[in-house]
Unconditional design. Structure first.
Length: 357
C-alpha cells in the first residue's frame, strides 16, 4: 500500500510530500523544509519508514531545503536535477530516470522554465504527480529570475504535465490560498495561464508583466540550496531539546511558537528585551516576563537561573533572536526565541498584561 502525506510550511507556503511503501518501509520526501526536519523525522519514526531519498523539484528561492540536515539525522541520500548546478547531492537526476522506494517508483520529468533544474515527479501508475513550481493550482512559478523562461515553461507544462492522463492528481510546490490538490483535467480547463485556447505568445505576455518583487529570503535560500541545505562552516548539529517543542532555524537558533510557550507556562523564564516604554506600551507583555532591555542584557546575566530554560521576546522576534544568540554564547544551555514576538502573540489573541485589548 502507498503511504502518502502532504505537509505544509506556513511561512513560505511550501508543501512537502512523503511517499512510502508500506510493505518494504522505504520512503522518499519531496521538497523538505529546513525548519521542519524535526517534524518530518518524527513522522518517519511514527510510520516506521526508512527515508531513502530527499528529492528537490528545483533550487528554491523562498526557503532552505532540509535535505542536508535529514541526511545527517536519518542517513538519507540527496537527489535533484543534474541541471540544477547544486553541489553536494548523492545522486543527480536525468529525465526518464526512476527513483525507487520499495515496489513503487517516481518517474523523473524535466520541466524547466521556472528554473533550469525544475523536475516533476510522476508516480509509477500516473495517478499523481508532484510539479514543484512549474505548475501551481490555477497558476505557475514565476519566470523572471533564476534562468526563468516563459517559453520553456509553457512547453514544459504542456508536454510533460498536461499530457498526463486527465484523472492524474497534481500536487504543487506551493499554494497561497489554502488549496491542496488539482488534476490534469482541471488545469487543462481552468488554469488562466495554460488552459483553454491560450498559446505560448499569450502566456509569455502574461508572465513578462507580473512585476513581482523578489522573494525575501532569496539571498539566503538560493546559495544555501546550491549547497543542498548545508550550513556554512562545520559547526556540529545541536542536541534535540526536551523542555519544549522547538524549531531549529537556518539562522542557527531555536525558536518556540506562541502556543508552545503557553503550554510550558511557568517552567521557563521569559525575558523581554524591549525598552521599558514598549514593555508597558500598546502590545503589553507576557505575564511573568522579566524586562531586561537588550543593551542591559550582557551586564545582567547573573539575574537568570541557568537551570531553567529561557525564552527571549521582543516586538517582532528580531532583537530577541540576537538576545537568544547572546545568551547561548554566554553558556546558558536552554534558550529559545519567541517566533514573531509580541506582534504574533497578540495577533493570535493570546493573553498579555497591559497594552490595548
Amino acid at each position: 500500500m502507498l503511504i502518502f502525506r502532504q505537509l505544509f510550511d506556513p511561512t513560505s507556503s511550501t508543501y512537502t510530500y512523503l511517499l512510502g511503501d508500506s510493505d518494504s518501509g522505504e520512503a522518499v520526501l519531496i521538497d523538505p523544509v529546513f525548519e521542519h526536519v524535526r517534524r518530518d523525522s518524527a513522522l518517519l519514526r511514527e510510520l516506521d519508514l526508512e527515508l531513502l531519498f530527499t528529492l528537490e523539484t528545483h533550487v528554491h528561492a523562498d526557503h532552505v531545503t532540509g535535505a542536508w540536515l535529514l541526511k545527517q539525522r536519518t542517513g538519507s541520500r540527496i537527489a535533484l536535477a543534474s541541471a540544477s548546478g547544486a553541489q553536494g547531492a548523492d545522486r543527480t537526476l536525468e529525465p526518464g530516470e526512476h527513483v525507487r522506494f520499495g515496489r513503487r517508483h517516481l518517474q523523473v520529468r524535466a520541466t524547466p522554465g521556472h528554473t533550469n533544474g525544475c523536475l516533476t515527479y510522476v508516480l509509477d501508475d500516473e495517478c499523481m504527480a508532484f510539479t514543484g513550481d512549474a505548475l501551481l493550482i490555477r497558476g505557475c512559478g514565476r519566470t523572471d529570475f533564476q534562468q526563468g523562461s516563459p517559453e520553456r515553461l509553457y512547453r514544459s507544462v504542456h508536454e510533460q504535465i498536461l499530457s498526463l492522463p486527465a484523472h492524474c492528481l497534481l500536487y504543487p510546490g506551493h499554494d497561497y490560498k489554502g488549496l491542496t490538490v488539482t488534476s490534469v483535467d482541471e488545469e487543462r480547463r481552468f488554469n488562466p495561464r495554460f488552459g483553454g485556447d491560450s498559446n505560448e505568445t499569450d502566456f509569455a505576455g502574461y508572465m513578462n508583466h507580473l512585476g513581482l518583487p523578489h522573494p525575501k529570503l532569496m539571498d539566503v535560500a538560493v546559495p544555501a540550496n546550491l549547497r543542498c541545505g548545508r550550513p556554512e562552516g562545520d559547526a556540529p548539529l545541536p542536541d534535540e531539546p526536551q523542555w519544549a517543542p522547538l524549531v531549529w532555524t537556518f539562522a542557527g537558533l531555536w525558536e518556540i511558537q506562541p502556543h508552545s510557550l503557553e503550554e510550558v507556562g511557568t517552567d521557563v523564564q521569559v525575558v523581554d528585551v524591549r525598552e521599558a516604554d514598549e514593555f508597558d506600551g500598546p502590545l503589553g507583555h507576557i505575564a511573568g516576563a522579566r524586562l531586561i532591555p537588550m543593551d542591559e542584557l550582557p551586564a545582567r546575566l547573573t539575574e537568570l537561573d541557568r537551570a531553567r530554560p529561557v525564552v527571549t521576546v521582543c516586538r517582532s522576534g528580531t532583537r530577541s533572536a540576537q538576545a537568544a544568540v547572546l545568551l547561548a554564547k554566554a553558556g546558558l544551555p536552554n534558550v529559545a526565541n519567541l517566533a514573531g514576538g509580541m506582534l504574533r502573540w497578540r495577533a493570535e489573541g493570546r493573553s498579555a498584561e497591559g497594552g490595548v485589548a
